[in-house]
Design a protein around this ligand. Structure first.
Ligand SMILES: NC(=O)c1ccc[n+]([C@@H]2O[C@H](COP(=O)([O-])OP(=O)(O)OC[C@H]3O[C@@H](n4cnc5c(N)ncnc54)[C@H](OP(=O)(O)O)[C@@H]3O)[C@@H](O)[C@H]2O)c1
Length: 250
């Protein structure tokens, strides 16, 4: 489980723990990961493990998978969730923002899938890649995150073909606009731009996105838990959109 120190990743790790899964959580913030592990243990996962790592660095995904196998002896589920891409007009975003966006969310996911693959094939495992609705709906202010998410969805579908032969079930999940620190930042920026209170900026964004409410991390975590369960046994190679209806296309 990557990017599990906060936000969606944290919620997903805890939802899986509540379902009887032993989560191994990776991100950079060791203290925050330790808190997630403590909560997972309270939920009945005594062997939950934190592996602090900068996952944008080559070799770190392999180290996280090795630590998982050392601790648990098997690997059943891989959730690629870590991601941090800068928003802004593409004319002002330097190469570094594009490269770091891909390094974390795309290349780390590819590396995790590659090194986890033989172990997931052994257990008949599951991969869920967390992309985002910008994969299908480009946004002029999201010219790094959108292409990263599109690439991740494409990669997910591509490796699902191979997963069919080897018994690994693989899906992408595209969240819409979810209540996390990321959304708070967007609301703050909107409030500054409009010169309005944050509550008003929040309502402006909600109306612009065409949703009744923003999603919660629990909305996403519950879907991931379902996708990892046997009930979702025939869902494979799919892109699941969980967005409160914001995506305009078919
Ligand atoms: N929130 C939304 O509305 C939304 C919508 C669509 C898609 N998504 C996607 O969902 C995922 C989670 O989003 P979120 O809103 O929960 O984000 P978030 O609150 O910013 O959390 C991002 C996670 O990624 C980790 N991370 C960042 N840089 C890292 C690095 N170099 N190495 C390892 N871990 C790193 C962070 O932990 P550390 O800082 O401890 O490393 C954190 O756990 C992202 O991929 C995002 O693109 C979110």
């Amino acid at each position: 489980m990557t990017g599990a120190s906060q936000g969606l990743g944290r919620a997903i790790a805890l939802a899986l723990a509540a379902d009887g899964v032993t989560p191994v959580v990776a991100a950079r913030n060791a203290d925050a990961l330790a808190d997630v592990v403590a909560e997972a243990r309270d939920l009945g996962a005594p062997d939950a493990l934190a592996v602090p790592a900068d996952l944008s660095v080559a070799g770190e995904p392999e180290r996280v998978v090795a630590a998982t196998l050392e601790r648990l002896g098997r690997l059943d589920i891989l959730v690629n969730n870590a991601g941090a891409t800068k928003r802004g007009d593409f004319l002002t975003l330097p190469d570094e923002d594009h490269l770091s966006g891909f390094a974390l969310k795309y290349h780390a996911a590819v590396r995790f899938c590659r090194c986890a693959w033989p172990h997931l094939a052994r257990t008949g495992g599951v991969i869920v890649n967390i992309a985002g609705v910008s994969a299908q709906t480009p946004d002029a202010e999201f010219t790094v995150g959108g292409p990263v998410n599109s690439a991740l969805v494409n990669f997910t579908k591509a490796i699902a073909k191979r997963g069919t032969d080897e018994g690994i079930r693989i899906n992408a999940l595209c969240p819409g606009h979810i209540e996390t620190d990321r959304l708070q930042t967007r609301i703050r920026v909107q409030a500054e731009k409009d010169g309005t209170p944050e509550a008003e900026a929040r309502e402006t964004l909600r109306a612009r996105y065409g949703i009744r409410r923003f999603g919660t991390p629990t909305d996403i975590a519950a879907t991931v838990a379902f996708l990892c369960s046997e009930q979702a046994g025939y869902i494979h190679g799919a892109t699941i959109v969980v967005d409160g209806g914001t995506t305009p296309g078919i």
